[in-house]
Design a binder for this molecule. Structure first.
Ligand code: ADP
Length: 153
């Protein structure tokens, strides 16, 4: 069984994340979209809300499981029996950051393999950070957000 974990903050989940998961579905038997909880970090949306938005977005997708975890992503993967991590690459700075994390996870996770998908051009400018800035500034972020988030914001 090919199980992948797509880890992130998803604060909030964007159409960029959704597109990435949809493209990865044919590659895996199960994808855990897992919110990494860092007690030091301040989030705009609380964990339960972020989880609910992801669950609603993928309600009709049997291969998707939505979960959260604390501490190391690699240990979470071992716990649930996932041998693959899924990450998206939008640009060169994503690559620089992801390269190091991926090599680290290979070591800490005992051969945990990261699968990268390059984002589609239509989504490569979308990030949760940008979406949060637009929302805080009172702007319209509707084209970056899935329906489940839109109806709440
Ligand atoms: P993190 O807190 O780890 O940065 P994010 O929720 O911002 O988590 O992102 C999780 C993953 O989703 C990362 O691999 C990121 O590259 C990917 N991602 C985010 N936005 C997009 C997008 N617009 N297109 C493709 N991948 C994306």
């Amino acid at each position: 069984m090919k199980i992948a974990v797509f880890p992130g903050s998803f604060d909030p989940i964007t159409t960029g994340h959704v597109d990435l998961v949809k493209r990865a579905l044919p590659l895996f038997d199960k994808i855990y979209i897992a919110i990494g909880v860092n007690s030091q970090k301040k989030y705009l949306n609380d964990l339960d809300t972020r989880l609910r938005w992801i669950k609603e977005t993928f309600a009709n997708e049997e291969k998707v499981v939505v979960d959260s975890f604390e501490k190391l992503t690699a240990h979470y993967c071992q716990r649930i029996g996932a041998r693959y991590l899924l990450r998206g690459l939008r640009n060169a700075s994503d690559f620089d950051y992801e390269k190091t994390i991926s090599q680290l996870n290979d070591i800490v996770g005992g051969g945990l393999e990261t699968v990268f998908l390059i984002s589609r051009p239509a989504y490569s400018h979308i990030s949760s950070t940008i979406v949060r800035e637009i929302i805080k500034g009172g702007g319209d972020a509707s084209s970056f957000l899935p329906e489940a988030v839109l109806k709440d914001i």
